[in-house]
Ligand binder design. Structure first.
Ligand code: SF4
Length: 609
């Protein structure tokens, strides 16, 4: 098999057993790798109804055929598991260097089961895997863990994926951190914590045999040239994702104070130019990526001095900025740094803090409930302390560590109406009342309220091809974007690099790495197959139409200002999009894939046994 190392590592932590298995070719051909192959293996390996934090949950880390090749912006790999936040299927894409290093060490992926008797870490060095005592690492931040493991291995270039205190304490939105990047959303870090697995380190000196070396080098040169030419890509090199602050705010869909408004008056103080001017010290990149969209920031003085962080990115600027009514860049950077160190998802953390602020302002949480914190919108001083409390599950932090859905259930008294999540996953930085396609995208994303499975903003707001306040064409738009993204995540291609790597180029990526010749239609069909498989996993976890919805606030209240002022995305309009979407997908009215659809993609045959 060209494009694959051909081996998976299986670690059963309960019995400290490690073995190798072959990367299954039939499944790799059908699902490519990364997200698709991870989902297929999860379907086969995971029993339905498993508690996500029990030893029976399975955590799969999987690379794609492009991961670790010299192709630019193709470092991505995927973590797949059952989420402790949503209690359903979870997939998380990440870049950095770990995926490439894992392949150099000889493996396409890792399947982790069971629970270690005591804290443990796993090393994978040039084809040799070993479990180690992590007693001394338990309690360290992700950064400290990385430093300690590199020291232990006497290798500064070892790549480490680790959890911080949030994962250890089973915070339901804990991350796995690697190379200053986050395997975020949905709590894969808590799954690692529940298994007492503190970290995985990889180092290797092998290569990846590809089908067409010359073709790959030619494609690499063409893609690098296109990335240099492409204006959209260049904007990412300069500003990263922070460039979205102004257009999203001006478009009136920048969720402010827990989605009570869509325009944030302090946006100019946290936007791309301000950040570049005040905080950014250097640009950083993932493996073999010339774009370098990462922004390393330093706060040198003031009350947040000694803040060093890769970021904040757009979503984090929103989460601790507009969502909490805070316009202090230094405070946001510090909040970002502590989330990364403790290993916690910034979107979920900011979302749940904004929710708590609204509860406090509405007297649903008393001063005593929040340990005398002045939990008001705009009070930057509470952020770092509240983040610490969440990571250590201390007092109010223990409630918020359960995620916004569970916190609202506990607080009750109408707070569920403004708990901003879909299927338990906290919503990110776009208000769907300002771009209705994003509403359908959130409602049907395979892991809950996520913007990354189908980002319709470009087609609805930035370079509009659709009326953003209409249902017209949105079902097809979301369907197509979801399929493309599924294929991209399975190959190992970065979504930002995707500005230069279109579907035609992805077909070539697949051909030069694996030798498999699909055309554009064929590749999109693979994406559609993956999305159907993910829906099967969700249905198995009990998901149906009633879960494919938006928080009550978004379907009943209108925005008070900006271009979306007074425009209502009502239930009727939302249901029209959803019905059309199910129809295009070939799912029934409850959102279950029909038998014919599953057979069209040979899913029963592929998943049996
Ligand atoms: S564009 Fe950014 S996130 Fe994507 S591979 Fe390059 S550096 Fe990593």
């Amino acid at each position: 098999m060209f494009g694959y190392t051909g081996k998976l590592l299986c670690a059963d932590l309960t019995g400290s057993k490690i073995k190798e298995t072959k990367t299954p070719e039939k499944l790799a051909r059908a699902f490519l790798g990364g997200r698709g192959l991870g989902a297929a293996l999860l379907y086969k390996e995971l029993e339905p109804n498993v508690n996500p934090l029990s030893p029976d949950n399975v955590l799969i880390l999987m690379t794609g055929p492009a991961t670790g090749t010299p192709l630019p912006a193709c470092p991505r790999w995927e973590a797949t598991t059952k989420s402790p936040l949503t209690n359903m299927y979870l997939c998380c894409s990440v870049g950095g260097f770990f995926g490439a290093e894992l392949r150099f060490a000889g493996y396409d992926g890792i399947i982790v089961r069971g629970k270690a008797a005591s804290p443990t870490w796993l090393s994978i060095l040039d084809g040799k895997a070993e479990l180690h005592d992590a007693g001394e690492l338990w309690g360290l931040t992700t950064e400290e863990t990385e430093v300690a493991i590199r020291k232990e291995l006497k290798d500064k270039r070892a790549r480490v994926a680790s959890i911080g205190q949030a994962g250890e304490n089973l915070v339901r939105f804990a991350n796995i951190q690697t190379d200053s990047r986050s395997i975020g959303r949905g709590g894969a870090g808590a799954v690692m914590g529940s298994k007492q697995l503190k970290a995985i380190a990889a180092r290797g000196h092998g290569g990846i045999e590809v089908a067409d070396e010359e073709g790959l080098m030619m494609l690499m040169r063409e893609l690098i040239a296109e990335m240099k030419r492409n204006q959209a890509v260049q904007e990412f090199s300069k500003f990263g994702t922070t460039q979205f602050i102004d257009p999203v705010n001006e478009g009136g869909l920048f969720p402010t104070r827990n989605f009570q408004a869509g325009v944030f008056e302090g946006a100019g103080r946290i936007n791309a130019e301000t950040m570049r001017e005040q905080l950014v010290k250097k640009d950083t990149a993932c493996y073999a990526c010339p774009i370098a969209c990462g922004k390393y920031s330093v706060v040198a003085e003031g009350e947040y001095a000694n803040t060093f962080v890769e970021g904040p990115e757009f979503e984090t600027l929103w989460a601790f900025g507009a969502q909490c009514g805070v316009d202090r860049l230094d405070a946001i950077a510090a909040a970002n740094m502590w989330c990364d160190r403790y290993g916690m998802d910034t979107i979920s953390t900011g979302n749940v803090i904004g929710f708590a602020m609204e509860c406090f302002e509405r007297d649903l949480l008393s001063k005593r409930d929040v340990n005398d914190l002045e939990l008001k919108f705009g009070n930057h001083k509470v952020l770092v302390e509240l983040i610490r409390k969440i990571a250590f599950r201390e007092s109010i932090g223990n409630l918020l560590a359960e995620g916004v859905r569970n916190a609202a259930r506990k607080i009750g008294r109408g707070s569920e109406a403004f708990a901003m999540h879909v299927k338990g996953l906290e919503l990110p930085a776009y208000d769907p009342r300002g771009a209705w396609g994003m509403g359908l995208s959130y409602a049907t994303a395979c892991r809950g309220g996520c913007h990354l499975k189908a980002w319709t903003l470009s087609a609805e707001v930035f370079a509009p091809k659709y009326d953003r306040f209409s249902t017209e064409g949105k079902a097809k738009l979301v369907f197509e974007k979801q399929n493309i993204r599924a294929a991209m995540d399975s190959l190992g291609v970065c979504i930002i690099g995707g500005r230069a790597i279109g579907v035609e180029e992805m077909v070539r990526v697949l051909a030069v790495t694996t030798g498999w010749n699909l055309n554009v239609k064929g590749l999109l069909k693979v994406g559609e197959r993956i999305y159907n498989l993910e829906r099967l996993l969700a249905v198995r976890d009990g998901i149906s139409r009633q879960d494919d919805t938006l928080p009550p606030r978004l379907l009943s209240e209108t925005l008070p200002s900006g271009p979306a002022k007074g425009i209502k995305l009502g239930k009727k309009e939302f249901n029209r999009m959803l019905d059309e979407y199910y129809g295009i997908r070939g799912w029934d009215v409850e959102g279950r894939p029909r038998r014919e659809k599953l057979e069209e993609f040979e899913l029963p045959k592929l998943l049996e046994g």
